[in-house]
Write a protein that binds this ligand. Structure first.
Ligand SMILES: [Zn+2]
Length: 67
């Protein structure tokens, strides 16, 4: 019954399970929009105002993402 420690991973020096969490909500999902006026790429977060920073146009199209 003394061979339990043989199951530990060789590189583990601390607890297990922590160290990889909260990555999804760290910066928030950004969506890139395309300005309908000047076709500039406008990265926006969900709560940002929809407005082109370069020309001030308020109609932005969602950029198509490859999946
Ligand atoms: Zn624009």
């Amino acid at each position: 019954m003394s061979q339990r420690e043989a199951y530990q991973f060789p590189s583990s020096s601390g607890g297990a399970g922590t160290g990889y969490a909260g990555y999804d909500t760290a910066t928030g999902p950004k969506v890139t929009y395309i300005c309908g006026e000047c076709s500039a790429k406008v990265p926006l977060e969900k709560e940002d105002k929809v407005r082109c920073p370069s020309c001030g146009h308020r109609v932005l199209y969602k950029e198509r993402t490859k999946r």
